[in-house]
Design a protein around this ligand. Sequence first.
Ligand code: XMP
Length: 515
Amino acid sequence: MKSSVWIVDFGSQYTQLITRKFRELGVTSEIITVEEGVERLRTTKPRALVLSGGPQSVFEDKTDYSSFFDDPALPILGICYGMQVMGQFFGGKVEKGVQGEYGLAKLRCLPGIQVPGLPAESDVWMSHSDHVSKLPSDFSLIFQSDNGLTAGIRHASRPILGLQFHPEVHHTVHGKDVLSYFLNQVAGLRQDWSSKAMLETSLEEVTAVKGSKVLCAFSGGVDSLVAATLTQRAIGADLYCFFVDNGLLRPQDYHHIKLLQEETSLNIEVIDASELFLHALEGHKDPEAKRKIIGKTFIDVFEKKVHEFERSHGIKFAYLLQGTLYPDVIESISPHKKGGKSVTIKSHHNVGGLPERMHLKLLEPLRFLFKDEVRAMGLELGLKREWVFRHPFPGPGIGVRVLGELTRDGIRKVQESDQILFQELKDHKLYDSTWQAFTVLLPVKTVGVKGDGRAYEEVIALRLVNSQDGMTASVTEVPWSFLNRVSSRICNEVKGITRVVYDCTSKPPGTIEWE
Ligand code: XMP
């Protein structure tokens, strides 16, 4: 990424929201680790530096951060822990709080302080126990909390601002005004981020590989579709997309791939490996075992196909194109991840491991973008709205929606019930107001009555959620009449189903997929 604002991540849960908000304000930024920040500052200079919040306390952290503050012209914003680091460095005093401030608090502007758009008193989100109790000598107090604690400080002559609250969080009603105050009035930065600029930068990146053969493990989802369309625009026929049919897809997915083959100029080849996947999964009930088998089979099938293709066409692929997005990148650099403390809830099926195995270089033109930006880029590239706004669909597909052992009959039940749900969502104009919606076959039988006879058949669960990024989710509120209609159609039209239930669990504690 070109010269940008660096956000030094001290490990706050909110760090990626800072980038998001900056982009909404038209400014490019990137998240880096503390070590990277120290290293990079030896040779380059950012447009501004943000020191994020973090879970640690300045009383335990003895790291020397002085290199962040060496350059008097460098604009710096310290948020929460970042402000405490800054306060301590410049000679102020940080104290342990007796109670701390967590959640919503009132912010007061000191007399004479004018931040465009920010009222004299407003709601802000706080999450700290330590606080700056004595200001460093060159700083003045600009904001206070209703508990009388320091909530914002500004340097008298240098472009430095410290905030004890989190302006990046949605609950801080005027957070964007405060961030804009930093970017415009304190740091004096001009805007450099727009969807047009974003498209140009990504195009430049893929144009650089012109002349090489590029391979794409195409899923038809928005990320791989946008990445492939962008790349094809730059390198044309040197891009080859392979779509692996694992037999675990819904009718809408087969239809979608066919449409993309017919209506786009992408070169998409379908590899039918459904029998192989079903065979490999035979007898396996454990969700993690199923996920691993699907992932491994995918890699085996893909690798074999590509080698055959290279041999028969006399070519050699140099790059693997992936639709990796910024949240995945951030996750992989986050200090929590580096410390190895996070637990694996589910092994995600993706093409991890493929580039090394096949000696391919990675091409990830979307790696600095968030999902909604990828969608905006898709529209800018001329892709149809319904392709760009498709719901996410997991790599292991129906494999993790038929609970327990997979059978052909189980797959059929999920395919048919999902198709009913999909059609009804479209007909009721509810598809766009839910983030993800699907059906799951439960491994239980229940008694019902069909016609005049007793039925002892299986259960379908409906899962409809809203989410920003899949990390957390809430249940979508849909009308009862809609649920009634879907339930009645599934019981009537899907052979072997007598009962439909609605999953009303948020994430956490439930995950979105059932396995
Ligand atoms: P969970 O079930 O972890 O799902 O709450 C969060 C989001 O991720 C999708 N998901 C996957 N996507 N490969 C993917 O590409 C996977 O293995 C996978 N597992 C879950 C899920 O559909 C939801 O959108």
